[in-house]
Ligand binder design. Structure first.
Ligand code: UD1
Length: 416
């Protein structure tokens, strides 16, 4: 078990470059199943989740090689065994293989993801969408067993915009017969990145980035090479960490237009931000001002950053109200932040964060990826030493986090 040891209280300073978008890379990797042959994905971050998806695709017979941040995936030898529970239970994104397997092989067997640290996360919308395209779905011993002799284009209307369900349906619809229209589709940049990759494989998709996506099915797709866009959540993580320490940081190689809501909230909290093409420079305030946040689907404030904003608000000069409409029970970071002296109560699914002058370093445990990142932010801002255990959660979504933070002057080390 590895731990991160952070000596807090130093303002971050310097320049950092962000890596590729994890949540786009994962469905893109699954999408390579759709076109047998050799695909190249550039700017793939070196993360635990990427390793898990590689492992899963290898079980299906894919050959995968990494050269730095490029991943070569040869899916010509894939067949269709099952996606086992041991893998799907460690990473929900494994469920993304369901649509591509159905589209390529006409059948699939994928374990149901089950519980998750950030509240109930059903897959009913994934199944509803694939059923609309003509798949028959049965549950057997905790697995979804799906079959479709021929997928047919259909109209799919989601009750709530789900990123994963939109992606699964897109990946099935590209090889379906006829036209599919997805209404109330998720609009996250990860959807557009996946759609772009599918288009480079020969798919006919329009409307991604809006809540109505249209897919005209084609009979086959060809392998492709693409560049994964920069990760908006990693970008914002460095901005929030800089703001929490009163530091001055420049984030390079990012897409500021993907985090407009976050930039707005940081400015509201008193940070100064300068946005230029592909670069954001932040100067943290001496002490943040209280700033309410309601996490909502894109382009709203991202649920994945809600725990980090909460960490920032623990040291604000006043009280902030924070809630999450995407995952209303996403408060696993709260008890850990309290261990560091934060004054937070959760009432009716709203976190009431009463800012304290300073946090105290403490031993804490990362409950999941982003709650773990929130503890990193808190540890950097706190007085004294914070020891974060269960770092493997943080490693799922952040590449070499301690090295990147050290390059910004933080005192962070990893220990076994
Ligand atoms: C993706 C992201 C995750 C992010 C989330 C919301 C990946 C790998 N993960 O997760 O980091 O926090 O989007 O931006 O991309 N829902 C249903 N039924 C379903 C599916 C979802 O009711 O079948 C609900 C969920 O409970 C939630 C909402 O829809 O309330 C949005 O979830 P969804 O967008 O599906 O999240 P994921 O795709 O799992």
């Amino acid at each position: 078990m590895e731990r991160l040891i952070i000596k807090g209280g130093r303002p971050l300073s310097g320049t950092v470059r962000v890596g590729g978008m994890k949540n786009a890379a994962l469905p893109m990797m699954a999408a390579t199943i759709l076109a047998p042959g050799v695909h190249i994905l550039n700017n793939i971050p070196d993360l635990r989740d990427i390793t898990t998806m590689s492992h899963l695709l290898r079980i299906f017979g894919a050959k995968i090689y990494r050269h730095g941040h490029a991943l070569t995936l040869d899916t010509s030898t894939c067949d269709f065994p099952e996606a086992p529970y041991e893998l799907v239970s460690t990473m929900r994104a494994s469920f993304f293989v369901l649509g591509p397997l159905l589209a390529r092989f006409g059948r699939a067997k994928v374990a149901l993801p089950g519980g998750c640290a950030i509240g109930p996360r059903p897959v009913d919308l994934h199944l509803k969408g694939l059923r609309a395209l003509g798949a028959e779905m049965d549950m057997e011993g905790g697995y979804v067993v799906a079959e479709a002799r021929k997928l047919r284009g259909a109209s799919v209307n989601f009750e709530v915009p789900s990123v994963g369900a939109t992606e699964n349906v897109l990946m099935a619809a590209v090889l379906a017969e006829g036209t599919t229209v997805v209404e109330n589709a998720a609009k996250e940049p990860e959807i557009s990145a996946l759609a772009e990759f599918l288009r480079s494989m020969g798919a006919k998709i329009s409307g991604d980035g809006t809540d109505r996506i249209e897919v005209e099915g084609v009979t086959s797709l060809s392998p492709a090479e693409v560049e994964v866009p920069p990760d908006r959540i990693e970008t914002a993580t460095f901005l929030i960490a800089a703001a929490a320490t009163g530091g001055e940081v420049t984030v390079e190689g990012c897409l500021p237009e993907h985090i407009t809501s976050v930039i707005g909230k940081l400015r509201e909290a008193g940070a100064e931000l300068q946005v230029r093409d592909g670069t954001i420079r932040v100067q943290g305030p001496p002490r943040p001002g209280p700033t309410d946040v309601v996490a909502t689907p894109y382009p709203g404030y991202p649920t994945d950053l809600q725990p980090l904003h909460t960490a920032l608000m623990t040291i604000a000069e006043g009280t902030s109200l924070i809630s999450d409409r995407v995952f209303p029970e996403r408060f696993t970071h709260v008890p850990e932040l309290r261990r560091m002296g934060a004054d937070i109560s959760v009432e009716d699914r709203v976190a009431v964060v009463r800012g304290v002058r300073a946090l105290d370093g403490a031993p804490v445990m990362a409950p999941d990826i982003r709650a773990g990142a929130a503890l990193v932010v808190a540890g950097l801002a706190a007085k004294g030493e914070t020891v974060i255990s269960r770092v493997y959660h943080i490693d799922r979504g952040y590449e070499r986090i301690e090295e990147k933070l050290r390059s910004l002057g933080a005192e962070v080390r990893r220990e076994s």
